[in-house]
Design a protein around this ligand. Structure first.
Ligand code: NAP
Length: 467
């Protein structure tokens, strides 16, 4: 028989998770022109593109343009999409070993981190990831409810997700109505009573995780002012020195924006975004099971021997009355059945993308890329180089003969398997039906698309090609 990776005996690769890292796996393989690969990409949702569809903010449509490149990969004759097929439920590791030489796990980091403070369980205390998935129309979150009758909201953390959440809360209907935000979220936000949004950062502006374009947008709302307490915008000596010596241009730009906001007068717009630094939440306070306020402690910054600058609590406390709290302190991975997992890091155990067992030995044929490989950091493009590193390992292992030996590597064998396990699987052409209807509904309303947010409806449109 011809070698694996040739036209008559293609390399069979399964990709679990149709987000950016999944698609960058395909495009990285396609650069190896001499290699014949047949890809099957699985996703638990009927729709592809992961966080590009359900995470990237609806008012950041430019960031979603990467979908065009993903679509190009998906149009390859050797690519198939099995949407609405879940690893661990519809198919398992034994099935994959039966049919593929290599399996890539690109399942991302779908959960959120807790703060571990009292009151997190109160009604009105949510994770930012929940809210983001809700306003983006993720089917698992479409029925969630957020009490937007509250006038004051706290967002904990100063990363870009916190910026997204605060921005969506501060924008007017006019600003949001041109996005592909879920219709129910658009309606709920149109009726929002929110007046005060507090973003709470535990360190100073020089250590903030947001990036300059995102903090710049905070000063450009149609009907919301932005402010920063002057004392919290000031840099301590260690941060100023670190900025000066380190030459971190983004951190410097962040500080410049923050100091400009601290000096900016409040003009009396409908909403006020208050960005706070050097404060840590210590308790979410409530009454009758509902959030009523957040208790914070003021921090001072201390530089460690390694140069890192960390927050240390003082004895000064403050209570901010709020009725809603969104914690936005990072995403968290989820273990996958039968795949070695590092609970501390929230990632699949791996070395350069090769899945490894507890004794660090590579597990033949299993790989990972993206947030579930390295943790929830970086922008969409970071996943390209991340997937490239893993694909290089996959190509190297193929050349060395270190691959799984499937009993049935045929494309037809997999089609039969999927049909027997999930009669409502959605193919890429069927996803294109969903896409076409969403885009045409959007066009009529002057929006990029109007999303389907219910799986039954998606499958119906996928199959019939119309709503
Ligand atoms: P992130 O960038 O890691 O930010 C997490 C924030 O939470 C940090 O400010 C961190 O502060 C804070 N935090 C962590 N533990 C805390 C605690 N116990 N108490 C108070 N604050 C705490 O995470 P993210 O915002 O979820 O974003 C994830 C990734 O997606 C990032 O790489 C981000 O840039 C990317 N993203 C990009 C965009 C975009 O490009 N527009 C949009 C969304 C997300 P410390 O620094 O002090 O730990």
């Amino acid at each position: 028989m011809a070698a694996v990776g040739t036209e008559s005996n293609p390399l069979r690769v399964a990709i679990i998770g149709a987000g950016p890292s999944g698609f960058y796996t395909v495009s990285n393989f396609l650069k190896h022109k001499d290699l014949h690969v047949e890809f099957d990409m699985y996703d638990r949702l009927p729709t592809p593109f992961g966080l590009v569809r359900a995470g990237v903010a609806p008012d950041h449509q430019k960031d979603k343009s990467v979908q065009r490149a993903y679509d190009k990969s998906a149009q390859s004759a050797n690519f198939r999409f099995y949407g609405n097929v879940e690893y661990g439920k519809d198919i398992n590791l034994d099935d994959l070993k039966q049919h593929y030489h290599q399996v890539m796990f690109t399942t991302g980091a779908p959960f959120d981190r807790n703060l571990g403070i009292p009151g997190e369980e109160l009604a009105g205390s949510h994770s930012a990831t929940e809210f983001v998935a809700w306003y983006n129309g993720h089917p698992d979150f479409a029925n969630h409810e957020f009490d937007l009758t509250q006038e004051s909201v706290a967002v904990i953390g100063v990363g870009n997700v916190a910026m997204d959440v605060a921005r969506i809360l501060c924008k007017t209907n006019e600003e949001l109505a041109v996005t592909d935000m879920a219709d129910y979220a658009l309606a709920a936000l149109d009726n929002s009573s929110v007046k005060n949004v507090y973003i709470l950062g535990r360190r100073g502006p020089a250590q903030a995780a947001f990036t300059p374009p995102e903090i710049k947008e905070m000063g450009e709302f149609l009907d919301a002012d932005v402010t920063v307490p002057a004392a919290e915008a000031e840099l301590d000596a260690a941060s100023a020195a670190a900025l000066e010596e380190g030459g971190d241009k983004n951190a410097q730009k962040n500080v410049d924006f923050i100091q400009e906001y601290a000096a900016r007068p409040i003009s009396g717009k409908k909403r006020l975004l208050n960005i706070r630094f050097l404060v840590s939440p210590t308790e979410i306070l409530g009454e009758d099971g509902k959030v009523t306020a957040i208790k914070i402690v003021k921090n001072k910054l201390v530089q460690g021997d390694d140069g890192s600058i960390r927050p240390v609590a003082t004895d000064e406390e403050e209570i901010i009355p709020v009725g809603l709290v969104f914690r936005s302190v990072g995403y968290l991975g989820r273990p996958l059945p039968d795949i070695p997992y590092n609970e501390n890091k929230g990632t699949i155990m791996n070395a350069q993308g090769r899945v490894v067992s507890a004794d660090d030995a590579p597990v033949t044929g299993l790989y990972t890329a993206g947030w579930i490989k390295r943790g929830p950091t970086g922008v969409i493009g970071t996943n390209k180089t991340c997937a490239q590193e893993t694909v290089n390992c996959m190509v190297e292992d193929l050349a060395a003969g270190n691959i799984n030996e499937p009993a049935d590597p045929s494309v037809e064998g997999v089609k039969a398997l999927v049909n027997s396990r999930q009669s409502r699987a959605v193919s890429y052409d069927e996803w294109l039906n969903i896409n076409e209807v969403e885009v045409s509904r959007g066009e009529a309303a002057g929006r990029p698309r109007i999303k389907f947010t219910n799986i039954d409806e998606m499958v119906e449109v996928a199959r019939s090609g119309s709503s």
